[in-house]
Design a protein around this ligand. Structure first.
Ligand SMILES: Nc1ncnc2c1ncn2[C@@H]1O[C@H](COP(=O)(O)OP(=O)(O)O)[C@@H](O)[C@H]1O
Ligand SMILES: [Mg+2]
Length: 272
């Protein structure tokens, strides 16, 4: 084990300006270590999705650096970019599975970067994967607790089950970090708890840090080790989940912010 936790991800002065001078991400810097589950909170339009998408270069940032295990993803091209991207797993609100493929085939797709063969047809899909790749996919399905659904078509599953397939696919990729953009926004409360619980187990047991965009403050407090607050593209809070107070929530979401009683006021933390 590392004596000093290493930064898996380091973001330096990241800025994204869209056409029309929309400054969606404004000079954001932070580092991410193994074992951290970071929730990014902020009102709609604050820049959470843009920030996450800059981290795996789905969006090219205007300025700044994104170092994945020390290598700057903003400067990579071609094969180097492809390799670095496979180190950054991504989970989406709408799961992004291939509906007509089985659960197992969807998870195998996460292993494409490990086959040495990025070119495949539907006919060759299954054949290009070695036994090792198939075993890794099955292990990933087991980790999210749905190995019994392996032969089912992806589109026959519930939303919560589909999100677990998407997490297994990301896990099969063996990423250095997992990014999840509103992964529970389309799910019922029980499925949301299960999905976030799975991400937490992965973070703890596999030592893979997770960054998750959320709009539920209570879920962030329940599952995250750290919360980053974003407002108008800028980082306005970065601290332990336990230090995220009602006053800070009001600063980020506005004075009208109402929430459950699990968020303490700053003076309650001081008194505890
Ligand atoms: N492709 C785009 N072109 C121009 N502006 C965009 C684009 N995508 C997002 N924006 C703007 O950038 C800001 C941040 O959006 P987004 O990252 O989606 O925020 P969030 O995920 O926090 O809701 C918003 O003002 C949004 O309208
Ligand atoms: Mg968003």
């Amino acid at each position: 084990m590392d004596a000093i936790p290493k930064n898996v991800l380091k973001i330096n002065r990241l800025t994204k300006i869209y056409p029309g001078e929309v400054r969606a991400v404004n000079n954001v810097s932070f580092s991410v270590k193994k074992g951290e589950l970071i929730a990014i909170l902020g009102p709609s339009g604050a820049g959470k999705s843009t920030l996450l998408r800059c981290l795996n270069r789905l969006i090219a940032p205007t300025n700044g650096e994104v170092l994945v295990n020390g290598r700057d993803i903003t400067q990579c091209r071609g094969k180097a970019l492809q390799q670095l991207r496979s180190d950054v797993g991504m989970v989406f609100q709408q799961f992004n599975l291939i509906p007509r493929l089985t659960v197992f085939e969807n998870v195998l797709a996460g292993r494409l970067g490990h086959t040495g063969n990025p070119f495949w047809s539907t006919a060759s899909f299954f054949r290009i994967f070695s036994e090792k790749n198939k075993q890794a996919s099955f292990d990933a399905l087991k980790k999210v607790g749905i190995e019994h659904l392996a032969p089912k078509r992806a589109d026959s599953l519930s939303g919560g089950q589909q999100q677990r397939v998407a997490i297994a696919r990301t896990l099969a990729q063996e990423p250095a970090v997992i990014l999840a953009d509103e992964p529970v926004a389309s799910l019922d409360p029980a499925s949301s708890q299960r999905v976030l619980g799975i991400l937490k187990v992965i973070c703890d047991s596999k030592n893979i840090p997770v960054i998750v965009n959320l709009h539920q403050v209570d879920l962030a407090q329940q599952y995250a080790t750290r919360i980053i607050g974003i407002q108008d593209g800028a980082l306005v809070f970065d601290g332990k989940a336990a230090d995220f107070t009602l006053d800070i929530a009001k600063r980020i979401y506005g004075a009208q912010f109402e929430t459950c009683l699990c968020i303490p006021r700053a003076n309650q933390i001081a008194a505890a």
